[in-house]
Design a protein. Sequence first.
Length: 256
Amino acid sequence: MKELTIIYVTYNSKSIISKSLDLLDYKKNNFDVIVIDNNSSDGTAEYIKENYEGVKLIRSDKNNGFGRANNIGFRLAKTKYCLTLNPDVEFKGEDILLQLNEHKKLKNCLLSAPVSEDRLYIDSKDILKKKVSWVIGAALMFDMEKLEKVGLFDESFFLFCEETDLCNRVINEGFDIYRFNSILAKHIGGGSSESSYNITYLKYWHLAWSKMYLKRKNTNLFLAYRKALSYLLKNLIRLTFKGFYYESYIRRRHTI
């Protein structure tokens, strides 16, 4: 009987998701895998359908964002545990099983995560874990029975801060969060969109909005707007200078 469903949310992730999927060894390790594709234009969905037998592929006709798409996966999953995994995360199947077995021993644990950076990883034969109040959202393992009591991702967030909001609710409801410092899921980063001035601007906008919404949920509207405006203005100035530099660089190239 399967115990774990791995959920991916993809958006133009064709160039990087194969490494992540291959490392799972999902048939041997008896994992269910669900991919929610957020209307990719680079052939991500077609690539997965052609190359990964047994993976359940859900194609959306729009970009649902991170939280809403993962919630679709949660509702489709039939296992007691789920792991949400970014397509640019390299997490070996045997390490996922190790984390699952350790998670199951922690009776009050709703959410656990490996470390996702080399600098935080501790190479040890022993399982090193720490109770924390927050974990990064690149690889999150959930006890689904407990998650149903807390609620899924808040779908008002499109991108950024979803895991922070959820971690707050997990702690407030009296459940535990653990980080496994001796288990590594390497987060390569930047796997869901091409780098450009416009995309960078859009990411800053979403981050500012998400910070404002998170602050509003936990304090008040005035502080939320002040925090978001401060963040947005700071990064707009930075982006403006980057934009001028980019324009001058293009002009110089055209005159050569």
